[in-house]
Design a protein around this ligand. Structure first.
Ligand code: 8OZ
Length: 353
């Protein structure tokens, strides 16, 4: 039933032994300065038998951080920390791309070392509360980036991509999903700019396309992926024109010939099929919460080339071997998802009969 998952695939220049990859998962276990540790290296290496590891969201700049103790990829210390991770994964025969995530307005000054006001396309406060070191808090009104600062932010992504490669990553994924900065530029309710980055669909997709273009130019399109989440309302996103927006975005990205498009599926099957047809290279699909057999069916039916799993991979370092042999699965413990140490991180057992 799961057979379609076990065929090899290629993602740009990265050869995958099969099609079950690990989704990006925020775990909040870097140092206060955002440096990955030996424990982080152990966690990722344990999961190296996944087709591809997409790391947790990693800030490309100090202002890109939104949550406590997330990793960065913009200092020499970050590069040295990530080098431990990529070495450990490669030693275990794995493949790893670093996800570049700028949180934009989904941030709180208490959660960052610099304590600055969050930045965003427009000065619009997100509804809802965010996780901070002192518990859930409302997010402040962000500061709108100037046009010059938007260009500088594109360059931050470019430099971070170069740093990721220097750190030994096989590529990077641009986080354009789930209500963070790139998505804040895309969506009408978070982008009310009057410059070339706001207003029309063409203007709202401009930031995403410029980031992807800069990253691909810097490290090669064949090592660059991008994640989107059409119609996902997470983080106070309310798109007024999803069906116009995403085909336009995908059409604008298509000529770049990126390694892959990663869709965090929000449930609109027609839109998914439309985007699949428009996309020229590998499509990676995350159908959160779906049964593994349904995910394998997406590959069998040609809806996706590769599928990602989140909490299944989190709780089962040897998920691939377990699924191949029909072994039982560990259950994820939500209490240890975010923050802490080895408990709920590197201590999920591998299967032994
Ligand atoms: C859940 C909790 C914290 C972060 C995302 C980075 O949705 C996240 C995230 C999700 O992409």
């Amino acid at each position: 039933m799961l057979n379609a998952l076990w065929n090899p695939a290629t993602v740009g220049e990265i050869a995958l032994p099969h099609r079950l990859a690990m989704a990006p998962l925020t775990r909040n276990r870097a140092t206060p300065d955002g440096v990955p540790t030996e424990l982080n290296a152990e966690y990722y290496a344990q999961r190296a038998s996944h087709a591809l590891i997409i790391t947790e969201g990693t800030q490309p700049s100090a202002d890109g951080q939104g949550y406590p103790v997330t990793p960065g990829i913009y200092t020499d210390e970050h590069i040295a920390g990530w080098r431990k991770v990529t070495d450990a994964v490669h030693k275990a025969d794995g493949r790893i791309v670093i996800q570049l995530m700028h949180a934009g307005r989904i941030a709180h000054p208490d959660s960052t070392p610099h304590h600055r006001q969050p930045v965003a396309p427009s000065a619009i406060k997100p509804a809802g509360e965010t996780f901070t070191p002192t518990g859930l808090q409302e997010m402040p009104v962000p500061r709108a980036l100037s046009t010059e600062e938007v260009s500088a932010t594109v360059e931050d992504f470019r430099r971070a991509a170069a740093a990721a490669i220097e750190a030994g990553a096989d590529g990077v994924e641009i986080h354009g999903a789930n209500g963070y900065l790139v998505h804040q530029f895309l969506s009408t309710n978070t982008n009310q700019r009057t410059d070339v980055y706001g207003g029309s669909v063409e203007n709202r997709i401009r930031f995403a396309v410029e980031v992807a273009t800069a990253v691909a130019d810097e490290i090669g399109a064949s090592r660059t992926g991008i994640r989107i989440s059409p119609a996902n309302l997470f983080n106070d996103i309310a798109e007024s024109d999803t069906h116009e927006l995403y085909p336009a975005l995908v059409n604008a990205l298509a000529p770049l010939n990126l390694a892959y498009l990663h869709i965090a599926h929000g449930g609109d099957e027609d839109l998914l099929h439309t985007l699949r047809k428009l996309w020229p290279t590998t499509l990676v699909l995350n159908r959160a919460g779906a049964d593994i057999t349904d995910r394998a069916k997406d590959v069998e039916d040609g809806v996706a080339d590769v599928v990602t799993v989140g909490t299944l991979a989190l709780a089962n370092p040897d998920l691939v071997a377990r699924l191949r042999t029909g072994a039982p699965l560990n259950n994820p413990d939500p209490a240890t998802f975010y923050g802490g140490g080895a408990a709920g991180y590197t201590d999920y057992p591998t299967y032994s009969a």
